[in-house]
Ligand binder design. Sequence first.
Ligand code: SAH
Length: 343
Amino acid sequence: MTDIKSLSFDELSEEVEKLNLQKFRACQIYQWLHKEGVTSFDEMTNLSKSLRDTLSERYFIPHCETEDKYVSQLDDTVKYLFKLYDGEYIESVIMKYKYGYTICISTQVGCKMGCKFCASTLAGFKRNLLPAEMESQLHAAQRDLCVRISHIVLMGIGEPLDNYDNVIKFLKTVNDEKGLNISLRDITISTCGIVPRIYNLMDEGLPVTLTISLHAPNDEIRSKTMPINDRYGVDSVIKASRDYAEKTSRRVSFEYTLIKGVNDSAECAKELAQKLKGFICHVNLIPVNDVKERGNIKSSDKTINNFKDTLKSLGINATIRRTLGKDINASCGQLRRRKNNGD
Ligand code: SAH
């Protein structure tokens, strides 16, 4: 069976032609799949029953079934644990901001990157998500909440640039005006820094925003928490980010998770400022989220504020990330892990 929802419009048109259907059927089917986000052929009510049967014999529609849903009592953040067609689980989080709804989506089932502070990698890597499965996270949430999601961050479970081709196809599909029609400028890709893929991404000519999970100012500290750093060190990641900003004219930001006694000293802040000198970028400071098995301790508010002030005094734009959904374990990877452990 072919995954019909991951086909581009041109690929779907070819299938329609092979089935000897009229051309306009491709438009109808594409809209049902991508604008309406249907999960079965039976919902395609302007197709005859026999055509729906023909389609369901040949194709399937990967979608996200809600296994669990958590709504924050503090700030309306909603977190979903979704079940996929093969029984795997992923997570998505929907956050409400002044400018609209943002969804944080997963790009893989699990993760290979092995960052020491992260929950997503603990339950191991299973597989890449299909383009349709990334898009279906939006459809499932939109249908359930009856809202329009306008912004996407690829910051859930997985490393987006380790599932490169499917991510690019997903970006093109959600941007299509026949589908969800989301502006590429309102999409952010977060990466642990797979340098060659950052260069590939800048050559695609898609004006998406890039965020780099840096978390340390030098190789010695970064390699302790992020194994990827042994392949692509701090300087090469920052160089790639500068090149990305120059080529795409998009501002790059850096995620910096503060862990007590690991990367939160004044020296770290100064070294970071030195490396980012002259680069118009933004640093997001994030207090590390407690993950039971990880044993990392949050830096104190005072240390975090000092870190920010040091960066600012050296000319680097920095803000402390507001935590949303504190009461529902909104950071990704934790629900899938609990489910797999049978807790
Ligand atoms: N693989 C991508 C996207 C997923 S992780 C990446 O590395 O960017 C999303 C962000 O959450 C990354 O910045 C990651 O480093 C951060 N993160 C992971 N675990 C965390 C934790 N326990 N506390 C705070 N941030 C965490």
